[in-house]
Design a protein around this ligand. Structure first.
Ligand code: GDP
Length: 177
């Protein structure tokens, strides 16, 4: 479908980062295809997906990159970050450690990405309410300190996934135009 859409005003590269198994791939397929895949990694080798959205009467193609499992080997290279205008930094609300590692991912971004990159901190797996290990307020406070946008999502139910991406894309649009 993307191929028949003409007159793209902008292409925005967005990277999805965060610890392994926090739901990066599922968030991306929820946004790009409105799918949640029950069998695990079907995306090995796929580098990015695209979705075209309209923001302020501009046709914007979001080109969203997935690490495709490379984060397991700490092999996310600077090529991955090159040209990225936005980042979705994902943790799992049921895995305290994935939230504690957010600071490390921010260092990665600051070392490799453009300083004007727009960052959305995303607490995923919001559907697993009984297993929550990271309080929303802790993440809100951290995001404020660090100047990040923040959202809690569920790739499984779809809650807030689209709004988080749209907010990020709107903010990028504000930076570039
Ligand atoms: P990645 O390694 O960060 O790309 O994580 P994946 O997208 O492969 O997801 C890791 C696991 O978490 C898989 O078993 C997913 O089905 C599951 N998962 C991802 N998002 C959610 C979610 O929002 N809710 C629940 N309950 N499980 C999720």
């Amino acid at each position: 479908y993307d191929d028949v859409v003409e007159k793209i005003d902008y292409v925005f590269k967005v990277v999805v980062i965060g610890d392994s198994a926090v739901g990066k791939t599922q968030i991306l397929s929820r946004f790009a295809k409105n799918e949640f895949c029950l069998d695990s990694k079907s995306t090995i080798g796929v580098e990015f997906q695209t979705k075209t959205v309209t923001i302020n009467a501009k046709l914007i193609k979001a080109q969203i990159w997935d690490t495709a499992g490379q984060e397991r080997y700490r092999a996310v290279t600077s090529a991955y970050y090159r040209g990225a205008l936005g980042a979705m930094l994902v943790y799992d609300i049921t895995k305290r450690q994935s939230f504690e590692h957010v600071a490390r991912w921010l260092e990665e971004l600051r070392a490799h990405a453009d300083s004007s990159i727009v960052i959305m901190l995303v607490g995923n797996k919001g559907d697993l309410v009984e297993q929550r290990m990271v309080a929303t307020e802790d993440a809100v406070e951290f995001a404020e300190e660090q100047g990040l946008f923040f959202s809690e999502t569920s790739a499984l139910s779809g809650d807030n996934v689209e709004s988080a991406f749209l907010k990020l894309l709107e903010e990028i649009n504000g930076v570039v135009s």
